[in-house]
Design a protein around this ligand. Structure first.
Ligand code: ADP
Ligand code: MG
Length: 153
């Protein structure tokens, strides 16, 4: 399977989808989170991190650009590049080093750093439809496909 899609009717379903994704990932995976403001990208990330053992809150990294989480099974880096404008900052902040074999990276607004970001293994597209959301999860690599095939949702 190269893609999975469906309807997530409420916030709880978005959290559950994030948890299902968490159960399927292995370190080194890069996940782009696409969709407009309010589509549920950060909510999905919250479900993902909680399922991997994070107990505190999940801050939207709108100003810091990234929040990192040392979790029992892996390290997760959550990027929000909405306010990203300066390619030099990417280099200066050492962001490329976050994309290593021990980490899973989730990236909101990846288009803002096009040309700098490593390619996605998985792309999660969320869209507002009625009171809920639709999702399309696509695999762009062998690693992504293996992960996609393990997802039970
Ligand atoms: P983004 O990070 O994409 O800007 P957020 O995750 O901050 O979006 O979510 C925006 C709002 O959408 C939140 O109030 C959240 O509760 C709500 N939400 C998340 N998933 C769903 C869903 N499947 N159906 C309806 N509302 C949702
Ligand atoms: Mg967000």
């Amino acid at each position: 399977t190269r893609s999975r899609s469906g309807y997530i009717p409420d916030e709880a379903a978005t959290l559950a989808l994030g948890a299902a994704l968490a159960a399927a990932v292995t370190p080194g995976l890069v996940i782009y989170l696409q969709g407009d403001l309010g589509a549920g990208k950060t909510t999905l990330t919250r479900g993902f991190l909680t399922a991997l053992g994070h107990t505190g809150r999940v801050k939207s990294p709108t100003y810091t650009l990234v929040e990192s989480y040392q979790l029992p099974r892996l390290t997760a880096h959550h990027f929000d590049l909405y306010r990203f404008a300066d390619p030099d900052e990417w280099v200066d902040a050492g962001f490329r080093d976050y994309f290593d074999a021990d980490s899973v990276c989730l990236v909101e607004w990846p288009d803002k750093a096009a040309g700098l970001l490593p390619p996605a293994d998985l792309v999660m597209e969320l869209d507002v439809v009625g009171d809920g959301r639709t999702f399309v999860l696509s695999a762009n690599s062998e690693h992504g496909t293996q992960c996609l095939n393990r997802i039970t949702f």
